[in-house]
Design a protein. Structure first.
Length: 149
């Protein structure tokens, strides 16, 4: 496939993400895809392999985050497409917002994504994932609990 066709395949992939169209997204990825999100101690980090791994990643992301993502730039050479973009959302468990500048390094072969390496703003996501540590809040809760008993 041409470089232009590879870019269009990646654009179709991000359009499917934006629509929440899991079937269209899975149709665009190879059966043996490998989606890597570097990091640890974060629900989305790790290597996600095959359609089952991608489906699990999407389900985990759906349970963990509310987000909208906007690819802003596509740079391609041969079967490699780099995408720079921006996401805004919130972590559901903390209800804290985040802004995330990201890069996806994608390999496309025969019209299917075969490899994704996703680089995200881990610091922004860590801040949004962190629980509140306001000691006066927990003291007020203890006092309220004591008065209620």
């Amino acid at each position: 496939m041409s470089t232009e066709q590879n870019v269009q395949t990646v654009k179709d992939f991000f359009a499917a993400i934006g629509r929440g169209d899991r079937e269209a997204l899975l149709a665009l990825v190879a059966d043996d895809i490998e989606w890597i999100i570097p990091g640890k101690d974060w629900p989305l980090a790790g290597t996600h392999s095959g359609h089952a791994g991608v489906a699990n990643l999407l389900e985990t992301a759906s349970r963990s985050l509310e987000t909208s993502t906007e690819p802003q730039e596509f740079v391609a050479q041969g079967d490699r497409v780099l995408v720079a973009g921006f996401a805004r959302g919130k972590v559901k468990t903390t209800n804290k917002p985040f802004d995330d500048d990201w890069i996806f390094a994608i390999t496309v072969r025969d019209g299917k994504l075969t490899s994704i390496r996703e680089y995200v703003d881990t610091q922004a996501l860590a801040r949004a994932s962190a629980a509140e540590t306001d000691p006066t809040h927990s003291l007020r809760d203890c006092g309220a609990a004591q008065r209620a008993s």
